[in-house]
Ligand binder design. Structure first.
Ligand code: SF4
Ligand code: SF4
Length: 70
């Protein structure tokens, strides 16, 4: 389950997040940024790397996910 969210229309495509992702899960093409769910481990390194808070870790979704496994 992908827990990282992208705030629409905020990204300035600086590429910082792409550089820190250990899974090569972020695609930056022309004017679009995308996280490849199958590769992402929700480690949050990209969230901390973004200088303008485009990427967010969805804590609520993370909690829901844990409840699903009960
Ligand atoms: S949460 Fe981690 S694995 Fe997922 S896109 Fe960000 S840096 Fe890559
Ligand atoms: S670090 Fe932030 S502003 Fe830069 S490309 Fe990634 S999401 Fe966009």
């Amino acid at each position: 389950m992908l827990l990282i969210e992208i705030v629409p229309d905020k990204c300035d495509f600086c590429g910082c997040c792409v550089g820190v992702c250990p899974e090569d899960a972020i695609e930056l093409k022309e004017a679009e940024i995308k996280i490849i769910e199958d590769r992402c481990t929700n480690c949050s390194k990209c969230v901390w790397s973004c200088p303008i808070e485009v990427l967010k870790f969805n804590k609520e979704k993370a909690k829901e996910g844990k409840d699903d496994t009960k």
